[in-house]
Design a binder for this molecule. Structure first.
Ligand SMILES: CCCCCCCC/C=C\CCCCCCCC(=O)SCCNC(=O)CCNC(=O)[C@H](O)C(C)(C)COP(=O)(O)OP(=O)(O)OC[C@H]1O[C@@H](n2cnc3c(N)ncnc32)[C@H](O)[C@@H]1OP(=O)(O)O
Length: 184
């Protein structure tokens, strides 16, 4: 992965162990919000990612490229692929049960991804330092060990739940998100 210093963890930044109550190895992760473009089941043209954690520390998901996701004819739009990376990375940092948002997302596009392709996504954390989480993801064509089409490195920043309250309904977020303390 070609990455900048901004998405490279500083020396000594390690990924913490999942906290008590974090999803167990093998657990499905579900959608964090029905209208989310990445994982929402109510979104008409979203990515509809379904994810699980094989080991409690990484996230795996699949995304099948549809007609609604084209950039060039019959090829996935690069921004849509970046959204898939953003989503699966967001799910992986959510394993630590704190709210984070994307600060920076760097993406390498290695292969074109045709409509109809199922991308096998994987994301993991390379380290956390203060409010900054350093994460990485890849998308492989057709199978978990297929050719790598997309790679991403990201810096996510921990925020308070009030970050979401300014524009959204915190009570509704809390109702969907039993895992998060609204007033920690
Ligand atoms: C819906 C409800 C959900 C509720 C619960 C969540 C559960 C989730 C579960 C499952 C997730 C599934 C996946 C979700 C979807 C994927 C995630 C997205 O797409 S998120 C949307 C896109 N991102 C934004 O909209 C951020 C917009 N930006 C901001 O709000 C601010 O800029 C923010 C919060 C990122 C930082 O602002 P500051 O004021 O809090 O903090 P400052 O001091 O500026 O930064 C802190 C440190 O981070 C560095 N930093 C910040 N941004 C940086 C950047 N872009 N590049 C490099 N460094 C950056 C700064 O230099 C600073 O570092 P130094 O402490 O000084 O060392």
């Amino acid at each position: 992965m070609t990455r900048s210093s901004l998405t490279t963890p500083p020396p000594g930044a390690a990924a913490p162990a999942p906290p008590p109550g974090a999803p167990l190895p093998g657990a499905a992760l579900g959608s964090h919000y029905g209208h989310c473009f990445g994982c929402g089941t109510e979104h008409p043209t979203g990515l509809h990612l379904t994810a699980r954690t094989p080991d409690g520390a990484t996230v795996e998901a699949e995304f099948t490229v549809g007609e609604a996701h084209q950039g060039a004819p019959k090829l996935a739009h690069g921004g849509v692929l970046a959204a898939a990376m953003d989503e699966v990375i967001g799910m992986s940092v959510y394993l630590f049960h704190k709210p984070y948002v994307t600060g920076r997302l760097e993406t390498d596009y290695l292969l074109p991804v045709p409509v109809g392709t199922t991308l096998h996504l994987r994301a993991w954390c390379n380290g956390i330092s203060g409010r900054k989480a350093y994460l990485e993801a890849e998308g492989r064509i057709g199978a978990p060990d297929g050719p790598v089409a997309v790679r991403a490195a990201a810096l996510f920043i921990e925020v308070s739940m009030e970050h979401f309250a300014e524009h959204g309904d915190l009570a509704a977020i809390a109702a969907e998100h039993q895992d998060f303390e609204v007033n920690p």
